[in-house]
Design a binder for this molecule. Structure first.
Ligand SMILES: [Zn+2]
Length: 433
C-alpha cells in the first residue's frame, strides 16, 4: 500500500516518555507526517524535505491546523454517557441513583450494542484514540465494545465490571460467574488486534473477598492483563471500606492483599492517599488516573498532583465520564488546571497535554505503541483547528507561541476543536463542515 503524506503544523512529545520538567516537547511549524500500513513511516520538517528534493504535491495540506497525538483516556465508563450532568449527588448516592439504573439497561443486548456504538463514535469525535474502559457487569456489553473497537482498529483496553455485593441484584455477578465470564472474554478478546483485557472490579465495596480473590487468580494466570478499579475518591467511601474490611491496613491494602497492585494496575482518583499508600503504589509501578471534572462535579475533593509526582507515580488526566462532565481532554485539562491552582501547583500546558496523551499511554503501559508521533509508532493522531470556534479563533490572534496556543485550547476549548481523528493511519472521524 502506498504511503500517505499530510502537511501541517505538528506538535509532539518525543520518546521515551519524559518526566518532571522535561516532556520532550517538539513543535514543527511546517512539517510532513508520512503514514504507511497503520504506522508512522517518518515525520520531518519541510525544510529538511526540501533539501532532499521531496515532492510536496503528494501531500494533503491542512490549513491553520495542528497535528498532535490522539488523546488517551485512562479512565472512562462506556455505559454512563446518559448520566453525564445528572444533578445533585455525591459518589455513593450518585452510584445508586444514576449509575446503577443506567447500567441495568445494558441487560438488553440490542440496547447495549447501540450504546457502545455511540460511545466509540463519541470517543473519536472528542479526539480520544485510546481508552481504558469500564463496561457493565453484563458480559455481552464488553463483547459489544470490543467488537466495535476492533472494527475501528482501536487500541482499547476494557473489562467487564466485577461486582457481587452492595448493588442492585440485576447488576450483581458472583465470584464463580465473574471467573467464567472474565476467562471467556480474555480468551476471546485479549491481545486480539489492538485490544487488551483489563480486570475491572468496580471498587472494593462492591466485591466480596472471594471475588477479589478470583481477580487475583486471573491476574496470576494471565500476567499480561491490565487491572482497573477505583481508590480513595470520597471520604464516605473510605469510611465504608474501613467498615467492610476491618482487617485491612488501609484502602489500598484491600487490593494489595489479593495481588491486584501491579505495574499494569490503574487506580481511579486516589485523592486521599496516605504517605504509605503512595509509597506502595510507586514501589509497584502502578498508575493513578486523575479525573478532574469528576472530582469537582461529585464534590469528591482536590487531587494532590504534587504529592503523586513527588513519589514518581505514573499519572494520567482522564474523563471518568459519567462522573466526569465531558469526554473532551481539553475540558478535563481545564479542570485539572483549576484543581492544581487550588493546590498551589501550576499545571503548565505542556504537562497537561503530556498527561492527556503520551503520559497517559505510559500510565497504561502502552507507550511503546502510541502517544509519540515518530517513525514506527502507531498512527493515532488528531487534527486540531478552531475553524468552527470563532471565539477561540479570535483569541488565538493574541498568542505569540505554541505554548500559549495550547493553553488557550485547554482553557477555552472543547471537542469542536477536533477536525479529524485518525486511528492507525485511517481517518475515522471528520467534523461536519
Ligand atoms: Zn470511575
Amino acid at each position: 500500500m502506498a504511503a500517505t503524506f499530510i502537511r501541517s503544523r505538528i506538535a509532539r512529545f518525543k520518546s521515551p516518555c519524559h518526566s518532571a520538567g522535561d516532556f520532550g516537547f517538539d513543535y514543527i511549524e511546517d512539517g510532513v507526517i508520512a503514514l504507511e500500513q497503520g504506522k508512522i513511516l517518518w515525520l520531518e520538517p519541510c525544510e529538511t524535505l526540501r533539501r532532499q528534493g521531496f515532492d510536496f504535491s503528494a501531500c494533503e495540506e491542512l490549513e491553520n491546523s495542528l497535528i498532535m497525538a490522539g488523546f488517551v483516556d485512562a479512565h472512562v465508563h462506556a455505559p454512563q454517557l446518559d448520566v453525564v450532568g445528572a444533578y445533585g449527588k455525591q459518589l455513593l448516592d450518585w452510584l445508586n441513583r444514576y449509575t446503577f439504573p443506567a447500567e441495568l439497561k445494558f441487560a438488553d443486548a440490542s440496547y447495549s450494542y447501540a450504546k457502545n456504538q455511540y460511545f466509540v463514535s463519541q470517543l473519536l469525535a472528542h479526539g480520544t484514540t485510546s481508552a481504558m474502559v469500564y463496561t457493565t457487569s453484563f458480559r455481552h456489553s464488553t463483547e459489544h465494545l470490543f467488537e466495535i473497537a476492533l472494527a475501528k482498529n482501536m487500541r482499547l483496553l476494557a473489562g467487564k465490571v466485577m461486582m457481587d455485593r452492595n448493588g442492585p441484584s440485576g447488576l450483581l455477578d458472583s465470584p464463580e460467574s465473574a471467573h467464567r465470564d472474565c476467562r471467556a472474554l480474555i480468551e476471546q478478546w485479549h491481545q486480539r488486534g489492538r485490544l487488551g483485557y483489563a480486570l475491572t472490579p468496580r471498587f472494593s465495596p462492591t466485591s466480596s473477598r472471594e471475588q477479589l480473590e478470583v481477580a487475583g487468580q486471573l491476574m496470576q494466570q494471565y500476567p499480561s492483563l491490565w487491572l482497573q478499579t477505583h481508590l480513595s475518591e470520597n471520604r464516605d467511601e473510605i469510611d465504608w471500606v474501613k467498615q467492610l474490611f476491618p482487617e485491612a491496613q488501609d484502602y489500598l491494602a484491600t487490593y494489595e492483599h489479593y495481588g491486584l497492585v501491579t505495574e499494569k494496575s490503574v487506580f481511579g482518583h486516589g485523592i486521599y492517599l496516605s504517605e504509605s499508600e503512595m509509597q506502595r503504589i510507586a514501589q509497584r509501578g502502578a498508575s493513578i488516573a486523575f479525573c478532574p471534572s469528576s472530582n469537582l462535579f461529585l464534590g469528591s475533593g482536590l487531587f494532590d498532583i504534587a504529592g503523586i509526582k513527588q513519589h514518581g507515580i505514573k499519572l494520567a488526566i482522564c474523563s471518568d465520564v459519567g462522573g466526569g462532565t465531558s469526554l473532551s481532554a481539553f475540558k478535563n485539562m481545564a479542570d485539572a488546571y483549576k484543581i492544581c491552582q487550588l493546590r498551589g501547583y501550576s499545571l503548565n500546558p505542556l504537562e497537561a497535554f503530556y498527561l492527556s496523551s503520551c503520559g497517559a499511554a505510559q500510565a497504561l503501559h502502552l507507550d511503546a505503541f502510541i502517544g509519540h508521533l515518530e517513525a514506527g509508532y502507531e498512527a493515532d493522531f488528531v487534527v486540531i483547528n478552531a475553524d468552527t470556534h470563532p471565539f477561540i479563533q479570535q483569541r488565538l490572534k493574541s498568542c505569540s507561541n505554541i505554548e500559549e496556543e495550547l493553553f488557550v485550547y485547554m482553557t477555552c476549548g472543547d471537542e469542536r476543536l477536533i477536525a479529524k481523528t485518525y486511528i492507525a493511519g485511517q481517518l475515522q472521524y471528520q467534523r461536519a463542515a
